[in-house]
Design a protein around this ligand. Structure first.
Ligand code: B12
Ligand code: SF4
Ligand code: SF4
Length: 231
């Protein structure tokens, strides 16, 4: 199968029951650095797959309840492979996952596919979904995919954000305009305040962002993502 508009619709339909979305398409020019397909040839296009708000949480939670081991040590990564792997096989595509080293540049792909830019937290901010979205996989094709009619946002929400609450809310001052201080964040998360605060209720700086508040993850999902961080 190739990545024509018709086939993108088939992929979109296969993702829907799992609360996953086709987030965008990147086409690589001839000679441009591109990821390598399973047949060792360079990909001509990458189709990005992800969640919008907590869209994946109901399907993922059902899947976990159906498993004796609740999905094992990295359940979201395992679920993503369980769901996206067969869709890749059906589409004749190579699948990549954000958690698999060597890390594929998911955020660079998303910047191209969706016109997004990074927030001070390092996470890409979307003008509608804010910081409440992520990427669960990507499909690589040997032929260019039909370019999605994704609106290319020209405005980066952080440029218009006067108060920048994400920069002042972090108790560890880990979120700065120029860089995200991972060790400072991790040290705080190991303290009793961090355990009772961010680790239990989610990153305070992320929650302080006013953009896309309607897409904020639920408490269970926030706790799950924080618990997945290795301290
Ligand atoms: C390593 C990693 C981390 C490290 C960051 C270490 C560092 N300083 O780079 C740690 C473990 C700290 C981390 C944390 C988080 N991460 Co992270 N992380 C990754 C991972 C696996 C690889 C990034 C990378 O190096 N890629 C390789 C380079 C070549 O690709 P790239 O696209 O050019 O890389 C960009 C990133 O490195 C980014 N970047 C640079 N510094 C930082 C720092 C942070 C914290 C982040 C998130 C990104 C980031 O800028 C690069 C240029 O575009 C990606 C998945 C992936 N494969 O990209 C997820 C990813 C970037 N993480 C993600 C998320 C959501 C988080 C968390 C919010 C998770 C959570 N708790 O909910 C937290 C951040 C908040 C917090 N309080 O910690 C999402 C971002 C989605 C988005 N909307 O953009 C990704 C894409 C995973 C996914 N499945 O969607 N992460
Ligand atoms: S609070 Fe403002 S600066 Fe921070 S991520 Fe949200 S929009 Fe960007
Ligand atoms: S998780 Fe807590 S300590 Fe880490 S960046 Fe977010 S607010 Fe700061």
């Amino acid at each position: 199968m190739n990545a024509s508009g018709h086939h993108l619709e088939t992929i979109r339909a296969a993702l829907r029951p799992h609360g996953l979305f086709l987030r965008g398409v990147v086409n690589f020019a001839d000679g441009e650095a591109a990821p390598t397909l399973s047949n060792s040839r360079p990909a001509a296009s990458v189709v990005l797959i992800g969640n919008i708000g907590s869209s994946l949480w109901p399907a993922f939670s059902r899947w976990r309840r159906s498993r004796a081991d609740a999905g094992g040590p990295d359940p979201l990564d395992t679920w993503s492979k369980d769901v996206i792997g067969p869709i890749a096989a059906m589409a004749g595509a190579t699948a990549w996952f954000p958690s698999d080293p060597p890390w594929q540049p998911f955020q660079q792909w998303a910047m191209r596919a969706e016109g997004l830019k990074a927030s001070p937290l390092g996470i890409l901010i979307h003008p509608v979904y804010g910081l409440w979205h992520g990427y669960r996989g990507a499909l690589g094709f040997a032929v260019p995919a039909v370019t999605e009619p994704v609106a290319q946002p020209v405005e980066h929400p952080c440029d218009a954000c006067r108060d920048r609450p994400c920069l002042t809310t972090c108790p560890a001052a880990a979120v700065r305009a120029d860089a995200f201080d991972v060790p400072a964040c991790r040290s705080h998360l190991r303290t009793p305040q961090g355990q009772g605060g961010c680790l239990r209720g989610g990153c305070l700086a992320r929650a302080a962002c006013p953009v896309g508040a309607a897409y904020r993850y639920g408490d269970d999902q926030l706790r799950f993502h924080m618990a997945a961080l290795s301290l």
